[in-house]
Design a protein around this ligand. Sequence first.
Ligand code: E4P
Length: 218
Amino acid sequence: MQFFLDTAELAQIEQGIEWGMVDGVTTNPSLIASQGDAYLPTVKKIAELVPGPVSGEVLATDYEGMMEQARKLADLAENIVIKLPLTPDGLRTTRTLSQQSVKTNVTLCFSSAQALLAAKAGASYISPFIGRLDDLGQDGMQLIGDILQIYRHYGFDTQVLVASVRSPLHVVKSAQTGADVVTLPFSVLKKLYRHPLTETGLAGFLSDWRETGRNFDD
Ligand code: E4P
């Protein structure tokens, strides 16, 4: 399963890359707005940092506007994936871009029916938002299983990119279900490393050795 970082913060991306845990990045307008910088230059900087796919979202909502912004995003770097909303115009744009071999990520997916439409439109990735479904008292993870079952049934190439991830459990369940990609807030990536027994175990090993008064290479 691939790990993408769900952020527009360059320092977080640099740290994740240093740890060797970043296969790609997803951004959205809210994440970019939180950085206070200009839109396209922020996406460009991220694409230059990351060796893998970087999703940059269009802001337009009509087909012509989305196509124009998609071209500008695609011109930024070769690893840009055009992120489009799951609307009739968004999927029409997805189809056109897919026919032009431009990679797409269809976002704001909340149902299997929507995921089926995205696959039929030729999306490279579908982004079901599981945390936002959980917030409503629905089972976000169930949606991932349902979409994977449908896609396998018909042999769609669209990759399932689990989005709106809130916890390590979401990541583990995504892996157990067989999702292709999970996009993580940096806070969740950090939590994946942590276990209290790892921390107390390491502290114990080090203090036992310190008590000998000897150094590593004595
Ligand atoms: C995915 O591409 C989105 O950027 C993201 O996962 C949204 O998550 P949120 O529900 O935490 O805003």
